[in-house]
Ligand binder design. Structure first.
Ligand code: C2E
Ligand code: MG
Ligand code: MG
Ligand code: MG
Length: 282
């Protein structure tokens, strides 16, 4: 009798679970072939220096077009990680991001920021993949930034620390993404000699309440521990001005530009103001 009752309760959940699971399975199966099918592409979001409002870098962001559907990275990156597909996808991202970045033409050198999953970072082939991406392009190592999500610090720090040292030996910069939402402690930032911290957009969003105090505290620590700070998710002029006042070094968000398709980057770089409206509407 107990069993029967249990089963009927489980039944309701398992139907929902089935749905979720089949969505996951579908994504997993499709994702396996996505590179060959050329369904993956990168878009690039500008990062602006708060000193002079000039573009100093672009963040590479992955897009997956599955038939008519655009699957957001927040949906498929975790699936790629679960099923071991992240290595192949991550290597593709690194190779393409470096190749694109080495072709951008501007008077100032432009960096490219690449998101790297912790699973990828811990892989023993990771450094070889980075070296391959750099040597396949003409991009110097010091223009490559690796963004690691803060959850990294829940993982084994000795492996992570070793990998970060190997990256930095190649002059590659390392930043913590989504800072303030995860597990990193200040001592870890210092121990790992992190070059940059990206304040999560949730703090930029609530700058009129406690976000302001938090960002201000981060800036104080940044100057004593000697790391640079990027604010992500800057959506308004008021936010940009406030962040500038707080001394945040770099700004990124829809206020400046949405992520840009590869074929539009050159015109963005040559005529930032003209294209801004067009890009916002895109
Ligand atoms: P992230 O690295 O924190 O990237 C920032 C996300 O915020 C991007 O979403 C970007 O489009 C969005 N964004 C930028 N400016 C604004 C703004 O002003 N307002 C709002 N509301 N959002 C803004 P996206 O492209 O959907 O990426 C989501 C996450 O997926 C990324 O977060 C990153 O963790 C992951 N991801 C993306 N591409 C890759 C990749 O190539 N490899 C790995 N491992 N993860 C990736
Ligand atoms: Mg990022
Ligand atoms: Mg982020
Ligand atoms: Mg994020």
């Amino acid at each position: 009798y107990q069993k029967k009752q249990a089963r009927s309760t489980v039944g309701v959940f398992s139907k929902q679970m089935d749905k979720l699971y089949s969505y996951e399975l579908r994504l997993k199966n499709e994702l396996t072939q996505s590179i060959e099918k050329e369904q993956l592409r990168l878009v690039f979001q500008p990062i602006i220096s708060s000193k002079n409002d000039e573009v100093v870098a672009f963040e590479a962001l992955l897009r997956w077009q599955l038939d008519e559907e655009n699957i957001p990275p927040d949906d498929f990156i975790s699936i790629a990680e679960q099923y071991g597909l992240i290595h192949k996808i991550g290597a593709w991202v690194l190779r393409n991001a470096c190749l694109q970045a080495s072709q951008w033409s501007s008077e100032q050198p432009l960096s490219v920021c690449v998101n790297v999953s912790v699973i990828q970072l811990q892989d023993e082939n990771f450094i070889a993949i980075v070296d391959d991406a750099l040597s396949n392009s003409t991009l110097p190592g010091d223009l490559l930034h690796i963004e690691i999500t803060e959850s990294v610090f829940a993982a084994d720090t000795s492996i992570i620390s070793n990998q970060i040292k190997r990256l930095q030996a190649r002059k590659i910069k390392v930043s913590i993404d989504d800072f303030g939402t995860g597990y990193s402690s200040l001592s870890v930032i210092q121990d790992l000699a992190i070059n940059m911290v990206k304040i999560d957009r949730s703090f930029v969003n609530k700058m009129n309440t406690n976000g302001h105090a938090i960002i201000s505290a981060v800036m104080h620590i940044a100057s004593s521990l000697d790391f640079l700070v990027i604010a992500e998710g800057v959506e308004t002029e008021a936010q940009a001005r406030e962040l500038q006042k707080l001394g945040v070094h770099f700004l990124q968000g829809y206020h400046y530009s949405k992520p840009i398709e590869i074929e539009d980057i050159d015109s963005y770089l040559t005529n930032m103001t003209l294209d801004k409206q067009y890009l916002l509407n895109k």
